[in-house]
Design a protein around this ligand. Structure first.
Ligand code: BES
Ligand code: MN
Ligand code: ZN
Length: 497
C-alpha cells in the first residue's frame, strides 16, 4: 500500500474514491459541504432519502456523483460531533477501510482529517489511519500451503490535510510507517509456531535485523551463561533440547557515551509450564510467550528505520520451558547471577527466572533506564483484560513517561502498585526468595520478584500477557506494545523524527 500526503481540493481530486465524513444526524463535515456544493446538493438529497444518517461506523458508497471527477464518493459516519473521541474515530476509520478494501477503487483520497477528535491532533489521525490500514493488510497465515485469495484493488491512499499541516503530516506518516513495519515484525514472529521460532531462530532473526541496519548483535551461548553464573536462566532451559540464547542488539543513534535505554524482552519460545505442566486447553497459545522478545526486535526495527538519535540496547533471554528428566522440579533451589538463591516452587513461573538473570546482566550497559516487556502473568489478564498492558516501576517519572506514550499511541498501559507490603509473599524457608507469591496480586508479586534484581537503576516492567495476542476466531499477535515503546523512544529522542 502506498500512502501520500496531499492538499488537493475535492473538486480537483481524480483518485477513484473520495472519502468524506458525515455527522449524526445528516450533518455534513467541511469537506462534505464542499462536495455538496460542487454536486449541486446531491449529498444532501441522498442523505434525505434516509439511506445514511451519519451514525458512527456507517458507510455509504456513491457512484458517478454529478459534478465530481472521482468515480466514487464514500460517506463515512462519524457519529455525534461532541462524541467524536478516539474510539469513535477508530470505529469510523475501520468501517471506512473495510468499505474501501472491498470496493473496486484503486486509489482513495481521505478528507477526514479536518474533524476535531477529542484531545487529538491531525498527526494522530494520520498515524491511526496508516496503522489500521496496514493491520488489515497483515497476513497471519503465511505458513498455509496456498495463500487465501484476496481480491483487493486499493493500491494508494492519499491523506488530505491543509497546506499548513503538510510538514507535520509528512512526519506523522513516516513515523506511522516505521511503527507499522515494527509491529508487523513483532506479529510475524509472535505468530510463528514453537517448532519454527526456537531460541536459535530468534537469535538468527536478531542477527539478520542487525545486519540490515548495521547494528552490533551479540549472542551468548549456554557456556557463556554458565561462566556468568546465570543459574536461574539455565535452570529453565534444562528441560529442553533447544539450546538457550541470550541476545543483545545495540542501536547507537545517539552520542557515543550517552547512557542507553535497555529493553529486555521475555523470549520463552514455548511455555508448557515445565514439570508444573499447564492444562491442555489453549496451550498452543504459549507459542506467544516470546511476544516481549518480538516487541523488542519490532521496536528496534522502527527506531532504526527512523534513525532516532538515541542509544538503545535490545536484550532477549530465550529458551523453552518443557518437562523432561533433566527439567527443574518444584522445590529445587538455584543461584541467580546476582548471587540470590531462588526456591522454584512452581516451574511455570519461569519468565521471572530468565528475566532476573538478564536484568542483572544489563547493569553492565550502565543504562539510563531499563524496561522489560513480558507475557508474565495470567493474573494480569484477569486484572486488566485485553485492553491495557500492566505497568509496574521503581521510578515515578519513568512510569509517567510510559503511560503518556501509551496514551499518545493509543496502546495503553495501566499502573499497578509495587509497594514493599507485597514483598513478603515471596518469602521462602529455604532460599533467599521463592519464585511465586500465591494467588493474591499475582502480577504485582511477579514484579516484586523482578524488583529484587533491578535496584541499581530506574526500571519499569510491562506485563503484556493480556495485550500481546488475541484468542479465539481472531487468534493472532497484535504487535503490541511496539507503538507504545516507539512513542516512548521518539519522545526521548526529543524530536518528532
Ligand atoms: N507465560 C505465562 C503467563 C501467561 C499465562 C500469559 C496465560 C498469558 C496467558 C507465565 O509463564 C506463567 O505461566 N505464569 C504463571 C505464574 C504462576 C505459576 C505464579 C501464571 O500466570 O499462571
Ligand atoms: Mn509459565
Ligand atoms: Zn511463560
Amino acid at each position: 500500500m502506498e500512502f501520500s500526503i496531499k492538499n488537493t481540493q475535492p473538486g480537483k481530486q481524480r483518485s477513484a474514491c473520495i472519502v468524506t465524513g458525515v455527522f449524526e444526524s445528516r450533518q455534513l463535515s467541511a469537506s462534505a459541504q464542499l462536495l455538496d456544493t460542487l454536486s449541486n446538493g446531491y449529498l444532501t438529497r441522498i442523505l434525505a432519502t434516509g439511506d445514511m444518517d451519519g451514525s458512527n461506523g456507517s458507510t455509504l458508497m456513491l457512484h458517478n456523483v454529478p459534478g465530481i471527477t472521482s468515480e466514487r464518493v464514500l460517506l463515512v459516519g462519524l457519529g455525534k460531533p461532541e462524541k467524536l473521541d478516539t474510539r469513535a474515530w477508530q470505529t469510523a476509520l475501520g468501517s471506512c477501510l473495510g468499505a474501501l478494501y472491498s470496493s473496486g477503487a484503486a486509489s482513495a483520497a481521505l478528507y477526514l482529517f479536518d474533524q476535531p477528535v477529542a484531545g487529538r491532533d491531525m498527526a494522530f489521525g494520520i498515524e491511526q489511519t496508516v496503522l489500521i490500514a496496514r493491520q488489515r493488510l497483515f497476513v497471519a497465515g503465511k505458513l498455509k500451503s496456498k495463500q487465501d485469495p484476496v481480491a483487493r484493488h486499493l493500491k494508494k491512499i492519499h491523506l488530505i490535510v491543509g497546506s499548513d499541516d503538510q510538514a507535520a503530516a509528512e512526519t506523522a506518516l513516516k513515523q506511522a510507517l516505521a511503527i507499522a513495519d515494527g509491529a508487523d515484525l513483532a506479529r510475524d514472529l509472535g505468530n510463528l509456531p514453537g517448532n519454527v521460532c526456537t531460541p536459535t531462530y530468534l537469535a538468527d532473526e536478531a542477527t539478520k535485523l542487525a545486519a540490515e541496519f548495521g547494528l552490533k548483535c551479540d549472542v551468548l551461548e549456554r557456556k557463556d551463561m554458565e561462566k556468568l553464573g546465570m543459574g536461574a536462566l539455565l535452570a529453565v532451559a534444562r528441560g529442553s533440547t533447544q539450546p538457550p540464547k541470550l541476545i543483545a542488539v545495540h542501536y547507537q543513534g545517539g552520542k557515543k557515551n550517552a547512557a542507553p535505554v535497555v529493553l529486555v524482552g521475555k523470549g520463552i519460545t514455548f511455555d508448557a509450564g515445565g514439570i508444573s505442566l499447564k492444562p491442555a486447553a489453549e496451550m498452543d497459545e504459549m507459542k506467544y510467550d516470546m511476544s516481549g522478545a518480538a516487541s523488542v526486535l519490532g521496536t528496534l526495527r522502527t527506531i532504526a528505520t527512523l534513525k532516532l538519535p538515541i542509544n538503545v540496547v535490545g536484550v532477549i533471554p530465550s529458551c523453552e520451558n518443557l518437562p523432561d528428566g533433566q527439567a527443574i522440579k518444584p522445590g529445587d533451589i538455584v543461584t541467580s547471577m546476582s548471587g540470590q538463591t531462588i526456591e522454584i516452587l512452581n516451574t511455570d513461573a519461569e519468565g521471572r527466572l530468565i528475566l532476573c538473570d538478564a536484568l542483572t546482566w544489563v547493569d553492565k550497559f550502565k543504562p539510563d533506564v531499563v524496561i522489560d516487556i513480558a507475557t508474565l502473568t495470567g493474573a494480569c489478564v484477569i486484572a486488566l483484560g485485553h485492553q491495557a498492558t500492566g505497568l509496574l516501576a521503581n521510578n515515578d517519572p519513568l512510569a509517567d513517561e510510559l503511560l503518556a506514550a501509551g496514551q499518545q499511541a493509543h496502546d495503553r498501559a495501566w499502573r499497578l502498585p509495587l509497594w514493599d507490603d507485597y514483598q513478603s509473599q515471596l518469602d521462602s524457608n529455604f532460599a533467599d526468595i521463592g519464585n511465586i507469591g500465591g494467588r493474591p496480586a499475582g502480577t504485582i508479586t511477579a514484579a516484586c520478584f523482578l524488583s529484587r534484581f533491578t535496584e541499581n537503576y530506574r526500571w519499569a516492567h510491562l506485563d503484556i500477557a493480556g495485550t500481546a495476542w488475541k484468542s479465539g476466531k481472531e487468534k493472532g499477535s497484535t504487535g503490541r506494545p511496539v507503538p507504545l515503546l516507539a512513542h516512548f523512544l521518539i519522545n526521548r529522542a526529543g524530536r518528532k523524527i
